[in-house]
Structures are given as structure tokens and as C-alpha cells.
Ligand binder design. Structure first.
Ligand code: GUN
Length: 285
């Protein structure tokens, strides 16, 4: 079994982005900018936003976080996004999800200028992804594809089983795998007999947020295991959705949690924001 080291790869990608930022600044006087909207006091969301901000600082981006109260109105968020869309110093806009129940999330995501949609959540970019066109791709599944490529794991013709069908992870993950010519199956909460499906997987990708959902007897010998879950165990430790201790004895490759997919998500946010800065360069004054 070999570990898929997302931490090491993310550091390599960060270094590349850092150099690219220096060059862009020197040649065009442009500093890529990321604006983040964080609503409410969810601890996990605040921790993620904090990690994203620190990563922006490390590579030399300008970043700003708009913290808004839990009872914020739809209009107030929309007006902030309209401002960000117009601001030439902002290349990427990220709205940390989930938003509180009074907010129409779809409407919010649709308001983001698709050229600044570094999370790839706007239906325009979702459509481009499913059509196999260039655009912004959600950071977590994009990070998984980079991690597979780093270890020369080609999914072409392989049975890839995605467990979880969220708009943030499962659906774009499946689209990317399909675009890479894999045979793709998506399992979700209504899937009957999950094990029957996971046992067929050459590559099993799991992101649902359930500790120990995937056990040894659900995994094919020598499968590649991508654990996209992040959960806090009773002992306070971060764990994924896969029973790492037992599954790791049976598989060929596996991502650890932490240090697997998580750091790749942040690295992809950086590279998406750099890509947005280049796209939006001509809009700057
Ligand atoms: N909430 C959970 N994951 C994500 C993510 O990747 N992006 C945003 N914006 N919110 C999230």
C-alpha cells in the first residue's frame, strides 16, 4: 500500500503558484485577489476560511474576508457580490457554504461573475465541466484528479465508484472522471446495498461525512481509495469516511486524513484564483 501524499503535492503546487504570482506582479503589476464571504459562526467553516486566507498570504495574493451575521438578508449578500463582481482588484469570489436557511443559495451562486467563480459552483461553469470544456472546476474534485495524476494513476477504462452526490464533491468528481474516460458509478443515500457497488471499484472515492462508512469487506483487493471525508472523531482527531487501519491493508493506494485530499482543495483554490487573475487581467485599470 502506498499513501497518496496530498500535503507534499499541495506544497509543490503552492511553490509554483508563488513563483507565478511573483512573475505576474513583476511583468504586469498584478496581485491576484480573492474575496471570501463567511456567514455565521460555524466552527468548521471559519476554520476552512482561515486556512484559505493563510494560503493566500503564503503565495502573495491579496485576500479579504467579509464576515456576516447568521441573520443576514439575501439582499445584503447579493449587494456584496455585485460589488465584488465590479471590483477590478478581486479576481476570485468564494462564498463559504453552507449558507443559513433564510438564504437562497442557488440565487447567490448564480450571481457570481462566472469569470471570478473560483469554486466552480456557477451553473455556467458546471455546464462547461459536464460538456468537457475549460472553465472553473470545484477545488476538491480537481485536487483529487491532480493527486491521481501525480502518482500516474490513469482512470481510463477503470471502474470508478463515487460515494456521495453533492454539488460540491460527488457530482463534479463524477464529471471529471467521466471526462477522463473512466466508467463511473455514483452512489448516494438512497443507494441499495452500497457494498455491492463499492466492491466493483478499481478506484473508490468517498465524500459523505460518515466515519468508518467504508470497511475492509466493502473494498476490492488492490483498489485505489480516495477518502474525501473530514470528520471529527470522539477523541478529537480528524478522520475520513474510510476505516483507514483495516482498508489500508487491502488497497494499493490510499489518501490519509488529514494530509490527503484536504490540502489539495486549498492548493486548487490558489491555482483557480491565479487562473482567474490571468483571465481578468484585461479588466484591471
Ligand atoms: N463548504 C464545504 N466545502 C466547500 C468548498 O469547497 N467551497 C465552499 N465555498 N464552501 C464549502
Amino acid at each position: 500500500m502506498q499513501l497518496l501524499d496530498g500535503k507534499a503535492l499541495s506544497q509543490k503546487i503552492e511553490q509554483t503558484v508563488h513563483l507565478q504570482v511573483k512573475e505576474l506582479k513583476k511583468e504586469a503589476g498584478i496581485v491576484p485577489g480573492l474575496a471570501v464571504i463567511l456567514v455565521g459562526h460555524d466552527e468548521a467553516s471559519a476554520a476552512y476560511v482561515n486556512m484559505k486566507k493563510k494560503a493566500c498570504d503564503r503565495v502573495g495574493f491579496y485576500s479579504v474576508t467579509h464576515e456576516m451575521p447568521e441573520d443576514i438578508s439575501q439582499d445584503a449578500i447579493e449587494n456584496t457580490i455585485i460589488m465584488m463582481n465590479k471590483n477590478p482588484n478581486i479576481d476570485g469570489i468564494l462564498i463559504q457554504l453552507p449558507l443559513p436557511p433564510q438564504i437562497d443559495t442557488t440565487k447567490i451562486l448564480e450571481l457570481v461573475d462566472p469569470s471570478k467563480d473560483v469554486d466552480g459552483f456557477h451553473p455556467y461553469n458546471v455546464g462547461r465541466l459536464t460538456t468537457g470544456l475549460d472553465g472553473f472546476v470545484p477545488c476538491t474534485p480537481l485536487g483529487v484528479m491532480h493527486l491521481l495524476a501525480e502518482y500516474n494513476i490513469d482512470v481510463k477504462g477503470k471502474n470508478c465508484v463515487v460515494v456521495g452526490a453533492s454539488n460540491i464533491v460527488g457530482k463534479p468528481m463524477a464529471a471529471l472522471l467521466l471526462n477522463a474516460n473512466a466508467t463511473v458509478e455514483i452512489c448516494h443515500i438512497f443507494t441499495d446495498d452500497l457494498k455491492k457497488h463499492t466492491l466493483k471499484a478499481d478506484v473508490l472515492l468517498v465524500g459523505v461525512g460518515v466515519i468508518n462508512l467504508i470497511k475492509e469487506d466493502m473494498v476490492k483487493q488492490d483498489a485505489v481509495i480516495i477518502d474525501i471525508g473530514i470528520n471529527r472523531a470522539d477523541n478529537g482527531k480528524l478522520v475520513g469516511d474510510v476505516d483507514f487501519e483495516n482498508v489500508s491493508k487491502k488497497c494499493s493506494y490510499i489518501t490519509p486524513v488529514p494530509g490527503g485530499v484536504g490540502p489539495m482543495t486549498i492548493a486548487m483554490l490558489l491555482s483557480n484564483t491565479f487562473k482567474a487573475a490571468k483571465i481578468n487581467a484585461s479588466k484591471r485599470v
